[in-house]
Design a binder for this molecule. Sequence first.
Ligand code: ADP
Length: 285
Amino acid sequence: MMNHTNNDSLLVVKNLVKHYGPTKAVDDVSFCIENKEIVTIIGRSGAGKSTIMRCINRLVTNDGGTILLDGVEITNDMNKKALLMARSKIGFIFQHFNLVSRLTVLQNVMHGRLGQISTLDGIMGRYPEEAKEKAYEILCGIGMEDQTYKRAGDLSGGQKQRVAIARALMQEPHLLLCDEPIASLDPVTSRTIMELIVDQAKQRGIACLINLHQVDAAKEYSTRILGMRAGKIVFDDSPEQLTAERIDDIYGTGGTALNAPAQMVTIHPSIVEPLMEKEVLSVGQ
Ligand code: ADP
């Protein structure tokens, strides 16, 4: 297991703790992400992957530990301006895209600039000409220029995720946080979306932290994999080190569910969610 504790890293997560009542969603987690790394987090549903992402982006506040981005601590009592500044360096890609359906593709992409314009301009949808040009340029770069003036709500799932990626790129982020970016997509579209995220991140020198259910995709696209189990990181290493035994260890399947070679294994939510429910029930008893 790698032990990254370098304070000069792009992202430093140290001894992070987050409770939901009696549930320790994140239990003393430490890791770092360097520039240009593509890091995926795998683990059963309920392992704490999304909670880590939400703590980094301050969608939830942590109960302990520290998070540094570009050497600046992201704290619970940060003022609004400092929080906006930190958030502007982080692009977020969600499972359900989070686009504004009634707005056009171009308007949704320009939302990536909301942190840099006044609230009134944001409400009125007034963006500088330069922002429009940049949004269009990004859409061209990802093969979506034909959809520029289409209503976002009329797009397919894969197209919506492309727009969400374009919106994140519009921020010129240092870090992309992708929370199950392919969980709502079919296998073929999933592949094109993973390739798009990784290609754009490489081209633009952006680091990625990607929460994935699919072990085979994690192995294929990451430079490093974090495995989480019950709120803790139990694996932090290169994809080559993720053997079938290590996968069993992360998913706690005791060798019963994962007899296929590691590169062929796909952990789908439908397999892992019933396991999680069992866990939750036993905690509640
Ligand atoms: P993962 O992303 O790995 O599926 P999560 O981070 O969503 O896991 O959840 C980790 C644990 O925290 C789970 O036990 C989940 O039920 C619990 N949890 C997550 N969000 C909340 C919440 N808003 N309220 C209560 N419990 C939560």
